[in-house]
Design a binder for this molecule. Structure first.
Ligand code: GDP
Ligand code: MG
Length: 407
């Protein structure tokens, strides 16, 4: 026996899966699920920990490590008692705040998870102006960096606005959104539904709305082409109301912004509403947390090789990090931002193009990092095991069924 699945071990040892995961967390062992496999050494450690717990009733050593958060909260409580007299003296001398403030101090020093930029996707019926709107925003809100540098298409770009950064996913709306969502990932925080003012709601508009609703992503409607003489934004609003989407000015809560991708009218308002929505959503991510991301696009470049655009969702990516996607892993050889500039690290809500995968990852695949190559291989091997088990089970079921059919 060299490796064992977590749930198998839990069953063998007569403990709950949750307990097993708690111990693994405490040991700093990474896993994907209870069907992940762990090393024999780890198994021995777990047995020791459980034995120690059963014996003394006192939590085992590793258990104390599982709750590092407990230390800071407990320590100040003790020191408060000890330092209280000194603090009172100090307060008496300076005539400053009473001791009570001291006990609250540790709470206020706790770091909040920082805000992150919203990730926006644009959807709508064909020819209603999705590409034009993105082009307008890109032209006016993305600083053309290195002179002469042609920005290569990476599937996303970052717009700088007076209210902060907004990340736009510019792979063809529906496909990007649906393939990513089909894999269980959610990249977009906000969906812009583009509706042409001379055409109103069309089949793909309804589809786009349904997608956003299914994903529980807040929607903003951009009524485009308001520069056209035949534009009828009121009709669009009435049609929306019939779908139970009531614009704010009709007493509902749907934000509707009239825009023109041709003249730029209303685009500033649209960006403002995006920032406002993001603020309400209170989007946060920890740049110091464990990295996780989603593939937006993967492709092969004749010269560079495999290129993948990845959206950083949590943590920070660094050049030389090991990444795992599905059953493949790679080491980041180089990273570029959406302007094509080389970067060494990338935090949350940053789309980056990564060179270093050997296989082309598909959009929507989740990306995690591994401590080193060995760890990356482990994760890949564990996933391959799980997949083979599932395939075997499926084959067995199939065999069973054909046998039943035969009888
Ligand atoms: P998409 O299929 O949704 O990406 O639509 P496009 O951006 O390709 O636009 C379709 C057509 O509508 C193009 O001919 C655009 O020039 C035109 N168009 C897009 N936005 C506007 C607009 O605001 N005003 C006018 N007059 N034409 C627009
Ligand atoms: Mg288009």
């Amino acid at each position: 026996m060299s490796k064992v699945r977590i749930y198998t071990l839990a069953k063998d040892l007569g403990v709950e899966n949750a307990k097993m995961l708690e111990i693994l967390d405490g040991l700093g062992v990474s896993y994907k699920s209870v069907s992940s496999t762990i090393e024999e050494d780890t198994v021995e450690l777990i047995k020791d920990i459980l034995a120690a717990e059963a014996e003394g009733g006192a939590p085992a050593q590793a258990d104390a490590d599982t709750t590092p958060a407990a230390a800071p909260t407990e320590a100040p409580a003790q020191t408060t008692v000890q330092t209280a007299p000194q603090a009172t003296e100090a307060a008496a001398q300076t005539g400053a705040a009473p001791v009570a403030d001291q006990t609250e101090a540790p709470v206020s020093t706790e770091k909040e998870i920082p805000h992150r930029a919203p990730v926006v996707t644009i959807m709508g019926h064909v020819d209603h102006g999705k590409t034009s709107l993105l082009d307008y925003i890109r032209k006016t809100k993305v600083a053309a960096k290195e002179a002469g540098g042609i920005t290569q298409h990476v599937g996303a770009f970052e717009a700088k606005t007076s209210k902060g950064k907004i990340v736009f996913i510019d792979t063809p709306g529906h496909e990007a959104f649906t393939t990513i969502r089909a894999r269980g990932a959610n990249v977009a925080d906000i969906a812009i539904i583009v509706i042409a003012a001379d055409d109103s709601l069309m089949p793909q508009t309804r589809e786009a709305i349904a997608h956003a609703q299914a994903a529980k992503v807040p929607m903003i409607v951009a009524i485009n082409k308001v520069d056209l003489p035949q534009a009828d934004p009121e009709r669009v609003k009435t049609d929306l109301t019939q779908l139970n989407l009531v614009p704010e000015e009709y007493g509902g809560d749907l934000v509707v912004v009239p825009v023109s991708a041709k003249t730029g009218e209303g685009v500033e308002d649209l960006l403002e509403y995006i920032s406002l929505t993001a603020e309400i959503e209170d989007l946060r991510a920890d740049p110091k947390g464990e990295f996780s991301g989603v593939v937006i696009e993967g492709k092969v470049d004749k010269q560079a090789g495999v290129l993948a655009t990845v959206m950083v969702q949590e943590g920070t990516l660094h050049v030389s990090d090991f990444l795992v996607v599905g059953e493949n892993y790679g080491k980041i050889k180089a990273m570029t931002d959406s302007n094509g500039a080389r970067i060494k690290e990338a935090g949350p809500s940053t789309p980056v193009q990564i060179l270093g995968f050997s296989e082309v990852p598909s959009s929507g695949e989740k990306v995690i990092s591994a401590k080193n190559e060995h760890a990356a291989r482990e994760v890949v091997a564990g996933r391959a095991d799980v997949r083979r088990d599932e395939e075997d089970a499926r084959d067995r079921r199939k065999g069973q069924r054909s046998l039943e059919d035969l009888l």
